[in-house]
Write a protein that binds this ligand. Sequence first.
Ligand SMILES: [Mg+2]
Length: 294
Amino acid sequence: MKDESVVLIVDDVASNVEVLANILKDEYQIKIAQSGEKAIELALRAPLPDIILLDIEMPSMDGFEVLKALRGNSVTKDIPVIFVTSHDATAQEEKGLQEGAVDYITKPIRPIIVKARIKTHLIIKEQRDELVYAASHDQLTGLYNRHHLNEEGGRKFSRALRYQDRLSVIMLDIDHFKKINDTYGHLVGDNVLREVSVLFNTHKRNEDFASRFGGEEFVILLDNCALEDAVYKAEIIRKSIESLMPENILVTASFGVAELSYAHSNFEELLKDADTALYEAKESGRNKVVAFYE
Ligand SMILES: [Mg+2]
């Protein structure tokens, strides 16, 4: 579990908040809200809560409404919520669980039970987060994987078309990578891939998306970026790879760059143009950037 998980305690009665906060304050970072509205506000503000203890009976906005609002927001929809209530009513418990609460605690509060339930749900959340991470990331480099590239690429493609934004793609391939593996072994080859990957994050803007396409091939998506700017960016990356010398080996890469146009009916077609340009870069001598023109 990360060093200090954040627990958001929501209850309209100050003494109830205090009881829970006192039980939890030594192990967790505590945030407090005394109304449903405040709870939603705090759930969206950093540090984001890892878990929420939510009172059901509150004036103006009750726990069920808060839960619904949290589930409807992409930032808060996966935060586990434990309902806290003075009613030991099965019907309420059922309703709470049906609407997406992960658990249910009744008042009066029993410290050991509260602590145990919170710990359990934080562990579950962490395991789920790890699964989500593993499904979208490449294990070796920590970049996004091809599966996630296809998903995110499709989303970016549709968005760019809808808003008439620009979208460019850089596809690159490390030159003669097989020779590196054959000469120095796969462990060294893996380190080369890792070290080169770090460069993509160094050179990327927040909105850029870097992924390992497979083997020694990588794809970078650039939002709001015209072809010539993407070529410029690719050239910077090409030079930094050339001077990187990972594992003391001179490594170079070839680049294909393409920009979204009305000729493309889906993300795969845009990717294919970048691949065509990459092929040309390889064929015409490697360690260079080639742009795809219609
Ligand atoms: Mg209350």
